[in-house]
Unconditional design. Structure first.
Length: 396
């Protein structure tokens, strides 16, 4: 048991013939104390997040600092020898051993320099105005532009957008959580209109995020071949950054959206390829209606393994982009509209358990189109779905 003895304990042990040796005071240098303290910060991070710190550029600056610090500690024999007794999580077990920089190189300023950032305060816990390499690259890509040789092709688009803004057919809105960057979209960044003309194939960055190369045309006759995430960062960094949207694109339900909820989403309509007799007989009328904040293709991946998709593949027959909505409330509204036509069907999941899917309806696609349009107009409360006529009818 590791505790300090009282005088009474000492006396009792003396009677028992046990000699208590005085505790030896630790004799560590200030530098060693600092290294131990730095290692304890890494240990606290691991305890909190359940993993070692990562080097990814999008990681928190402190996580990146801890990752570099752990690398440097692991490379130095004297550091490993000092910290091994404290390494209860085995952080040094799988790290390479190589004599490298001396202990003097362990200060945070040197580590920050390796990360490509500068500290505006002497204490790492009080960093201010620190930009990651990713943020710097985003700013550089926005600033680095070339002359758009075929700008005359795009000039009419910018002129038309300006006319529609003046006429009220388009409007600008803050970005919200997602910038929804895809070909054909207009944005305002750095005080200029930007048009996403092309987007290359998606790829995975070294730190796991999906990205793609864009061709972005600006209204001053220049263009930039930047990454999608770079444009996204630049838009969010710019306090005046905006999306340019058609007025028919939202916002929907502005009077019921939860405070701060600016998420975009998609209403999707699916048909099932299931061989269930009733579904097969009415395949053109049986539809699943749902809302997702991800790509519909991502949502339906592996449909044949999910009872909500009737344990079968599906096809997308319609989708509608929406902005500034409360996804849960929107989905509840749509399902309430078509409740009279909800299918009462039970299916077994892959483990043999009975499941009753709640998002399948016997409703024609034109009725669903009509409902979505009335939601856009804000007039849906004046109508109800009539299962007998398979259409929306005015409420009496």
């Amino acid at each position: 048991m590791d505790r300090k003895f009282t005088d009474e304990d000492d006396a009792l042990l003396a009677e028992l013939g046990v000699v208590v040796e005085p505790e030896k005071a630790a004799n560590r240098t200030p530098r060693e104390e600092r290294i131990i303290a730095g290692f304890e910060e890494i240990q606290r991070f691991v305890e909190t997040h359940g993993r070692v710190p990562h080097h990814a550029e999008d990681s928190n600056i402190f996580e990146r600092l801890y990752a570099v610090r752990l690398d440097r500690i692991s490379e130095q024999d004297d550091c490993r020898a000092l910290l091994t007794p404290f390494d209860r999580q085995g952080l040094l077990n799988d790290q390479p051993v190589a004599a490298s920089a001396p202990l003097d190189a362990m200060d945070d300023e040197a580590l920050l320099a390796e990360l490509g950032v500068q500290s505006a305060a002497p204490d790492i816990g009080e960093l201010r105005h620190v930009r990651s390499s990713a943020e710097k690259r985003a700013a550089e890509e926005i600033a680095t532009r070339n002359k758009c040789e075929d700008f005359e092709t795009f000039r009419p688009l910018f002129e038309q957008v300006q006319k529609e803004l003046v006429a009220g057919l388009r409007e600008t809105r803050p970005l919200g959580i997602q910038a929804d960057i895809e070909p054909g979209r207009f944005f305002i960044v750095g005080g200029q209109k930007a048009y996403v003309a092309e987007m290359g194939e998606e790829f995975t960055q070294s730190y796991g995020d999906r990205d793609a190369r864009l061709r972005v045309i600006f209204d001053n006759g220049t263009e930039s071949n930047m990454l999608r995430r770079s444009l996204q960062r630049a838009l969010h960094k710019d306090e005046t950054g905006r999306r340019i949207l058609e007025t028919t694109e939202g916002p929907l339900f502005a009077n019921v959206t939860a405070d701060g909820d600016e998420a975009s989403g998609t209403i999707y309509v699916l048909r099932s390829k299931a061989d269930i007799p009733y579904v097969a007989e009415n395949r053109d009328l049986v539809h699943k209606i749902g809302v997702t904040t991800s790509k519909v293709e991502t949502r339906i991946a592996g449909a044949r393994l999910e009872p909500t998709f009737l344990m079968a593949d599906v096809e997308i027959v319609a989708s509608y982009k929406l902005y500034n909505i409360d996804r849960a409330k929107l989905e509840k509204l749509i399902h309430r509209i078509f409740a009279p036509a909800r299918l009462d069907i039970e299916i077994e999941d892959r483990f043999g358990n009975p499941v009753v899917p709640r998002e399948w309806f016997l409703a024609p696609l034109n009725a669903i189109d009509d409902a979505v349009e009335k939601i856009r107009e804000g007039t849906i409360t004046r109508y109800r779905y009539d299962a007998a006529s398979a259409s929306l009818v005015a409420r009496q």
